[in-house]
Design a protein around this ligand. Structure first.
Ligand SMILES: *Cc1c(COP(=O)(O)O)cnc(C)c1O
Length: 407
């Protein structure tokens, strides 16, 4: 299997640190070694460490050039103007800035927001907080595949609606929303459209020239860049106004103050450039790995597929195993890192709100796992993980059956 230059090989003896098969790329990705190499050039005394806002010396100009180069790299993946990119600390901050910022800038027009029940917590918690501040929120319920339909948005629109916030790709299901369809009528109604694209960037083509999107959230660490780094796209034409949520210094054209983290920004830029270059090949390879895995685990009876057959990204697969508890299954799958529910809710034992929203019973939601594949996943890893999964599910079901016979 061809690997990207500089990528570590998992099949030889130099495999780093542990033997874990990592199938949790939707939770986070490792930094691509090429990106890590870039980042080290902006830290030490020999590197370009100066403040990008320093206008009085060449070191500052160099740092600024690095920041602007990275802004171009991120904009290129989205087919937008680099002046439309605002650096943030991640998609959580981008979601907060987009939603709170748009609502605050449009107070005179109304305070009604439309979103869905299956958004990431960064959107849900922000909208719930705004409800406490006097905003009204309509929570759309997705269909059984996890998708919101354009008619639902149109029906929910009111005179005082200021913002619609819907995700491009669901992080638990991998399902894609029809962003162009969902945003189609919003501009003529004067309603802003925010899209959380943390799981979409680098995994599908995003052309903001063509998409009726005003605000779009990005995260670096879902795309082989560093954690703690993200961006918000803010459309310039027609001009979208948001109110800053972090004040001080007026960086990022007043929308987000704070000294720019040059190494993080350069890392995100390089990661997005690589994603653009390798998108087509990587999608094909992930699709192959996903179907290879699915084929092998399909020997299991009573397996439910959560999501949509075709409207999805290639790297995420959500499967339900009736009669098996997901927590027990993740434990039984020792050596394979996967997610039960989403990473954010797996600290608690409550079933995933996303799976519940698409109509799964508590039991089947508890018995579902998310497998997510990525740049460094190999065929051998997929085969091993599939074998372990079949063994573990079979064993847990046998145990359950024995327990039922003895009581
Ligand atoms: C990971 C993720 C986020 C949060 O991104 P951070 O950069 O970790 O703050 C938001 N939305 C979605 C859909 C995500 O997958």
């Amino acid at each position: 299997m061809a690997r990207p230059a500089g990528a570590p090989s998992h099949s030889d003896d130099t495999r780093p640190m542990n033997q874990t098969i990592y199938l949790d790329y939707a939770a986070t990705t490792p930094v691509d070694p090429r990106v890590a190499e870039t980042m080290t050039q902006y830290l030490t005394p020999e590197g370009v460490f100066a403040n990008p806002a320093s206008r009085s010396h060449a070191l500052g100009w160099q740092a600024e050039a690095a920041v602007e180069g990275a802004r171009r790299q991120v904009a290129d993946l989205l087919c937008c103007d680099s002046r439309e990119i605002v650096w943030t600390s991640g998609a959580t901050e981008s979601d907060n800035l987009a939603i709170k910022g748009a609502v605050a800038a449009n107070r005179d027009r109304g305070s009604h927001i439309i979103t869905s029940a299956v958004e990431h917590k960064a959107v849900i918690d922000t909208c719930e907080w705004l409800e406490g501040q006097g905003c009204e929120v309509t929570w759309l319920q997705p269909d059984e595949a996890g998708r919101v339909q354009p008619e639902q948005v149109v029906e929910a629109l009111r005179e005082d609606t200021v913002l619609v916030s819907l995700m491009a790709v669901n992080n638990e299901l991998g399902v894609c929303n029809d962003i162009t369809g969902l945003g189609g009528t919003l501009r003529e109604r004067g309603v802003l459209f925010h899209v959380d694209a943390a799981q979409a960037a680098g995994k599908m083509a995003l052309d903001l020239n063509q998409m009726p999107v005003d605000l779009l959230s990005l995260s670096a660490h879902k795309v082989y860049g560093p954690k703690g780094m993200g961006a918000l796209y803010v459309r310039r034409s027609p001009d979208v106004r948001i109110e800053a949520q972090i004040h001080g210094g007026g960086h990022e054209r007043g929308m987000r103050s704070g000294t720019l983290a040059t190494h993080q920004i350069a890392g995100m830029g390089h990661a997005f450039e690589i994603a653009a270059e390798e998108l087509a090949g990587e999608s094909q390879r992930l699709e192959m790995l996903r179907s290879r895995f699915l084929e092998q685990v399909s020997v299991l009876p009573d397996m439910a597929f959560n999501g949509h057959d075709s409207e999805r990204v290639p790297g995420i697969l959500n499967l339900g195993f009736a009669g098996v508890d997901g927590e027990s299954l993740t434990l039984a799958l020792r050596g394979v890192a996967v997610s039960s529910g989403s990473a954010c809710s797996s600290a608690s034992m409550s079933p995933s709100y996303v799976l519940k929203s698409i109509g799964l019973s508590d039991e089947l939601a508890q018995g579902s796992l998310r497998f997510s594949f990525g740049r460094f996943t190999t065929e051998e890893e997929v085969d091993q993980a599939a074998e372990k999964l079949v063994d573990a599910v079979t064993k847990l079901r046998d145990q359950g059956a024995r327990r039922r016979r003895t009581v």
